[in-house]
Design a protein around this ligand. Structure first.
Ligand code: SF4
Length: 469
């Protein structure tokens, strides 16, 4: 029987026992997950003896390793994603704020003209023609002059730039609307699931809430729902009932939401100390997804959740790797950079937070002096899950990734056994959920899931070939 080591994590004690065997993982009654062709996770009946499976698995393992090797060589695309922080100043004071904002009137927290010019040079040094530039803050619309100058500068220097503005949509003046329309910018804003929660954690007053609501509604009308993306932050200990969230999202005309637990960073770290333990998130998230599938049944337009659709599509095709939290190898300081308010360069936004809160200095350069390649190489020694003994045996290796900065943020080290990290626990639970759906969901639910992922149908032959469901 497939039952070498009983493996129960500290955090899954409410769920059924898991059995851990190199390359095989039990996820439910009679169902195991194994590595299939090209490392892709597939399901197999748990009655299949290890002796039968092992020769097949060994040959698949060799194919998988070759594939990962090829992918790691071709993965080094030129830098094409830049997050710019032209100011740390903000005009509201969200309790969920994960960045280190400062008051709107504070001085010394903005790009000056020198940093602006150097940042433009830094971005234009990439070989990539098409790039994405994401303006963050603070509230980036407080520096509309910088947004305009950078956008125009990139165009003048031959780059095709997709512009993303992460704004709180609190105060949007006529010139700002003009810029957002002209530049065909995508807007990323926060809406915390329900109006009540959003007011409690962000706007903190009827007047502010009405202002935000008016701007969000206007953005959906003027720019269109496809250009407005919502990030929804929940405290996993007090998250609202899923159907309340669906109601308010539908009312807004939203098609895609992205829900996440409060990140244990920045101001959120001080205001929500209990979120250091965000393990209740795993159960909440799966309950939310089940409720969302129920809710969508028979609806003309599917309401979807970004991370679920991303992971589902990645399981179906592990070559997808655009989400920085979930790719492998996950090199830092290569195709994705963050430029802070003083021109410092960071490998991720979380790395910038850790620097701002004084936890660790993960700066990898400055726009004036370029990149510190030695530091980048040091960080990247551990950016590949093939070098981790647990990941190497895990059935989800091909679809999972590494998140070194999250490990440093939570544990102050990257050396913890994988199964004890939140990155591993959280993803293991999502992977199990999706594989179980692919193996057992009804035809109606499969077509609902396909609609949520923007696919015409789901081919589940690799997930239910060997048993009757
Ligand atoms: S982090 Fe966890 S789920 Fe991901 S590959 Fe490693 S062991 Fe598997």
């Amino acid at each position: 029987m497939i039952q070498d080591v009983e493996w129960r994590t500290e955090l899954s004690n409410k769920r059924e026992k898991r059995f851990y065997h190199p390359n095989i993982r039990a996820i439910g009654e009679g169902i195991c997950v194994s590595k299939g062709p090209f490392g892709r996770p597939i399901t197999v009946p748990s009655t299949m003896a290890a002796a039968t499976m092992n020769p097949i698995l060994e040959s698949l393992q060799a194919i998988n390793e070759t594939r990962l090797e090829i992918r790691s060589q071709t993965a080094s695309s030129p830098a094409n994603y830049f997050i710019l922080v032209p100011t740390l100043r903000c005009n509201i004071a969200c309790k969920y704020c994960q960045v280190s904002r400062v008051a709107e009137t504070a001085r010394g927290f903005d790009w000056d003209v020198k940093v602006q010019a150097q940042a433009l040079d830094f971005i234009c040094a990439t070989d990539a023609y098409e790039i994405t530039v994401e303006f963050q803050g603070g509230e980036p619309l407080l520096r509309l002059d910088v947004l305009r100058a950078v956008t125009e500068g990139l165009g003048a220097r031959g780059k095709k730039a997709k512009i993303v503005v992460c704004t709180n949509l609190q105060k949007v003046h006529a010139e700002a609307w003009e810029f957002l329309k002209e530049s065909e910018a995508l807007i990323s804003t926060s809406f915390d699931g329900t109006w009540a929660d959003h007011d409690l954690y962000r706007t903190q007053g009827a007047e502010n809430l009405a202002e935000f609501r008016g701007n969000l509604t206007k953005a959906m009308e003027v720019l269109g729902p496809d250009r407005v993306s919502l990030t929804t932050t929940f405290n996993p200990h007090t998250a609202p009932a899923p159907h309340e969230v669906f109601g308010d999202m539908r009312e807004l005309g939203v098609r895609m939401m992205f829900i996440r637990p409060v990140n244990y960073l920045g101001f959120a770290r001080k205001s929500f100390r209990e979120t250091r333990d965000d393990t209740p998130w795993d159960d909440y998230y799966l309950t939310f997804l089940n409720a969302l599938i129920d809710h969508n049944r028979g609806q003309e337009m599917a309401l979807s959740e970004y991370y679920f659709t991303y992971v589902l599509r990645r399981i179906l095709d592990p070559r997808r790797g655009e989400h920085v939290d979930l790719r492998n190898p996950a090199p830092l300081g290569r195709d994705y950079f963050v430029i802070g308010e003083r021109g410092d360069v960071f490998p991720s936004d979380e790395a910038r937070m850790l620097y701002r809160t004084g936890q660790i200095d993960l700066r990898i350069g400055h726009v004036a002096t370029g990149l510190d390649h030695q530091k980048i190489a040091q960080l990247n020694e551990h950016a590949d899950n093939r070098s981790d003994p647990e990941c190497a045996k895990c059935v989800y290796q091909a679809v999972c990734g590494r998140d070194l900065v999250d490990d440093i943020s939570r544990y102050g080290t990257i050396d913890l056994p994988r199964h004890r990290t939140r990155h591993c626990q959280r993803h293991m639970s999502i992977f199990d959920f999706i594989l179980k759906k692919l193996a057992t969901a009804s035809a109606t639910d499969l077509s609902t899931m396909a609609a949520m992922a923007g696919l015409s149908s789901l081919d589940v032959s690799a997930y239910r070939a060997n048993y009757n469901v």
